[in-house]
Design a protein around this ligand. Sequence first.
Ligand code: CMC
Length: 390
Amino acid sequence: TGMFTFDPGFLATASCESKITFIDGDLGHLYYRGYPIEQLAEKSDYLEVCYLLLNGELPTAAQRKDFERGVMRHNMLHDQLMSLFKGFRRDAHPMAVMVGVVGALSAFYHDSLDISNPEHRRISAHRLVAKLPTIAAQAYRYNKGLPFSYPKNGLTYAENFLHMMFSTPCEEYKVNPVLARALDRIFTLHADHEQNASTSTVRLAGSSGANPFACIAAGIACLWGPSHGGANEAVLKMLDEIGSVDNVADFMQGVKDKRYKLMGFGHRVYKNMDPRAAIMKQTCDEVLNELGLHNDPKFKLSMELEKIALSDPYFIERKLYPNVDFYSGIVLSAIGIPVSMFTPIFALARTVGWIAHWNEMIGDPGMKIGRPRQLYTGAARRDFVEVAKR
Ligand code: CMC
């Protein structure tokens, strides 16, 4: 042994070069293709950010229109995919359904799976960005027993998602622009985050030459864990468990005794405020104002938790600050999105980042299959012993 650098959890190893996203963890800054996340969240929208991540530049007005048309025309699902949903138990977690259905997309597009062909890669990226909201919404509807819904042209990406989630055959969902804008912002803030666990998973899966739908399914599977994309769901479950402001002190003692973690706090890279959390907090305020929910007990409880954590030496010493998921869960819940859909929403927003990284990697002529080494710590060489003699 000793031949390899030992770096479990990749605390000090760069796995690739990338031009897509830059994080300055000490300062708490995040840039997509050089643009600060604050400016994109304020002035741009999700589809434009998708174009930026995939192509490296902001689109002109004409490019933007073309891109929107080019993506949105792929937002329907092949009708035979619907029977796939029906093969799942009704109470299946929507993330389980998404892993399956997104993986299955590769069986529908055999004509465009030549990954050495940039045009095929572009179409796959458009298909994924367009179909993920439809797949997520149908996973929800199947679980609820609602009939499948269809995307509607003329709506924005976020409006369309709300429409597919909540409209019924007897009633059109009236999209509230403040809520649609908040959701669009959640999508933008989650669109990419350089080499996090799920993006690294997509790259590693893709490094073998696997097709993009299989790679994104692998990313979704990784994202599901509570230390990663599952955190937004875990935040709401935690708020439910704490129940009321009176129990916060006891709960915090349990965190400090390391019996459990304060979900929605801490980050591997940000050792200062997560800039996405600052934007999300403001959006949270806008949404709660719009809906008159400022006195909502769950919201009050989360503000109390935040206040106590930010002034507690345990958190200060360890540089633990709220991350994006601390607030996004509260916003989604105020919009009326059930907790089980929080991580699917993260997945649909992150798909563009995953596919941008996959494309960057495949397009690199120096690409090699990812193959980490190990330090072997098992038994030394020994001879086989017949079963009767063991
Ligand atoms: N609550 C209480 N203590 C914590 C927390 C927390 N949320 N996060 C870290 N710590 C402690 C940890 O126990 C350790 O203490 P000590 O030094 O005494 O052993 C110290 O802080 C350093 O933590 P770490 O586990 O070495 O940090 P990491 O970089 O390996 O983990 C993390 C980062 C995000 C997995 C972790 O902070 C965590 O589990 N947070 C809660 C889950 C969460 O909110 N995840 C969402 C991340 S943002 C969205 C995304 O990327 O998906």
